[in-house]
Design a binder for this molecule. Structure first.
Ligand SMILES: [Fe+2]
Length: 213
């Protein structure tokens, strides 16, 4: 089983972050534009997502089999708390109140992670392999969101906000890469050795003969 390899380049996200035509934009009317309103809505969405994720990463951490993955989830939880604080700063920078608006995508992605916990056996490497995949789906949503936020912030002339959002984007990319490394080096190969209990037993039973059609 191969995990996704994640975003490989710093500018490899959906919208890219390096081709801003408005890097020096000092558009004083940005706050009143439709794009500015949409930007604020996107911030509210990801703010909800980060808040929700802090809670759900604790559940994922407790469910993980290996210390390695538990630590990775714990580190990501601390990073997520930092991302929340950065978003509060961004709201402040653009003169908006920090508000959360339910992010249906993150809600769905974390529900999928919880389903995986229910459907995989406790203490198995297969559970960790599956949890990593769930976590990477979450990371990719965050990478797409922050990549877009950076680009739109630059277009609106919110350059300080863009710089802050870009720090988070890079951290999300690093987390994604770390998860890929953990999966490929240890967890996936060990999960590949695991068998279902019934199958394992069946393998030990003496073969019946003469019953074949
Ligand atoms: Fe985050």
């Amino acid at each position: 089983m191969k995990n996704t390899t994640g975003t490989t380049a710093r500018t490899g996200n959906t919208q890219g972050t390096s081709n801003s035509k408005a890097a020096g934009n000092t558009n004083k009317t940005a706050k009143g534009s439709l794009l500015a309103k949409f930007f604020t809505d996107m911030l509210k969405d990801i703010y909800w997502a980060e808040n929700h994720l802090v809670e759900k990463l604790q559940v994922m951490m407790k469910a993980a089999t290996t210390d390695e993955l538990q630590e990775a989830f714990e580190d990501h939880m601390h990073a997520t708390q930092k991302h929340k604080r950065r978003l509060q700063k961004v709201f402040e920078m653009i003169g908006e109140k920090a508000e959360a608006k339910k992010c249906e995508a993150m809600d769905g992605l974390t529900k999928e992670a919880e389903t995986i916990i229910k459907e995989t056996e406790e203490g198995t490497m297969t559970r960790d392999a599956a949890l990593i995949i769930a976590a990477q789906k979450i990371e990719h949503y965050e990478i797409a969101s922050y990549g877009s936020l950076v680009q739109v912030a630059r277009t609106l002339g919110y350059d300080r906000a863009a710089t802050l959002l870009e720090k988070t984007l890079w951290e999300e990319e690093d987390t994604d890469q770390l998860l890929t490394d953990i999966a490929e080096s240890d967890i996936n190969p060990m999960a590949d050795e695991e068998e279902e209990e019934d199958e394992a037993k069946a393998g030990k039973e003496p073969e019946t003969s003469g019953m074949e059609a």
